[in-house]
Design a protein around this ligand. Structure first.
Ligand code: PBE
Length: 268
């Protein structure tokens, strides 16, 4: 009934995303860290299904709690809030870094330079994500962004040798944020004369593919917390080109109408 607490109303369930995502491990950690989450369960799903479930709940002002992250279009489309995380289970603000396989800088220096110089803001990424969330094909949304941000793209390609059809392989995971960044990098590299292949994988396999040299690079390393364990596992086999975006964040997210502001406001 409506007098039930928020926690009872959601049946002590957090709506999650892909099982291999870092935010899922962080949510499992939160369930262990907070007495208030004792007995709660985290339901794996997919990023797309989570967003659909969130949209349906909001339409009817129903209670829901999800694993969320920024940048994400959901924050521009809906009124949402992160629950405070005083124990830091989800870590602090993060960067999204670019990683290449060893030897890539020597093999394809022009493309490596572009990847090294690639950096944008959460607002930039948000523009691409919003267009995709409204139904645009990711390649088309990336093309629109690249064509309308020529100066910024010129900074990324400055001094980079043009390609003559050399293949560059990027791996990613089909999270909305990484769909945006990876498609934008493909558009930029293709424009410079490279033949860029993008391949969606599971998170752990994405890291492994670059570490073992099957793929050239990825622009999807969330650090230091979200992918911290994968970074530790593979860092000796990777080249870290540093952040391509600052101010990323993950956590438990609820609609504004939910009467809770902190994970400690939940009930076991
Ligand atoms: N995410 C988006 C990913 C990183 C990018 C937060 C869903 C994750 O949890 O691993």
């Amino acid at each position: 009934s409506s007098s039930d607490s928020f926690s009872e109303q959601v049946d002590y369930k957090i709506t999650g995303i892909e099982a291999g995502a870092g935010v899922m491990s962080a949510a499992e950690k939160a369930i262990e860290d907070y007495d208030q989450l004792n007995g709660w369960t985290l339901q794996p799903s997919s990023s797309g299904a989570m967003a659909t479930t969130l949209g349906e709940a909001i339409k009817d002002e129903e209670p829901i709690i999800i694993t969320g992250w920024t940048p994400h279009w959901m924050f521009s489309k809906y009124d949402l809030k992160y629950l405070e995380d005083p124990k830091g289970s989800f870590g602090e603000e993060e960067t999204i870094n670019t990683m290449t396989r060893q030897g890539f800088a020597d093999d394809v220096p022009g493309a490596n330079k572009v990847l090294d110089q690639f950096n944008w803001t959460t607002d930039d990424m948000g523009e691409v994500m919003l267009e995709v969330s409204e139904g645009a094909d990711p390649a088309e949304a990336a093309r629109n962004w690249v064509d309308s941000h020529e100066d910024q793209v010129a900074e990324w390609t400055k001094g980079a040798e043009e390609g003559n059809g050399q293949e560059v392989s990027l791996t990613y995971v089909e999270w909305d944020s990484e769909v945006a960044s990876t498609n934008v990098m493909k558009a930029v590299l293709d424009d410079l004369g490279y033949n860029t292949k993008i391949t969606p994988l599971d998170n752990a396999v994405m890291w492994q593919s670059v570490a073992n040299g099957e793929a050239d690079a990825m622009v999807a390393a969330w650090l230091p917390t979200t992918h911290g364990d994968l970074y530790e596992q593979y860092k000796d086999k990777l080249v870290d080109l540093g952040p391509n975006l600052e101010g990323a964040k993950t956590g438990l997210v609820v609609p504004d109408y939910v009467d809770a502001n902190s994970i400690e406001d939940l009930e076991a």
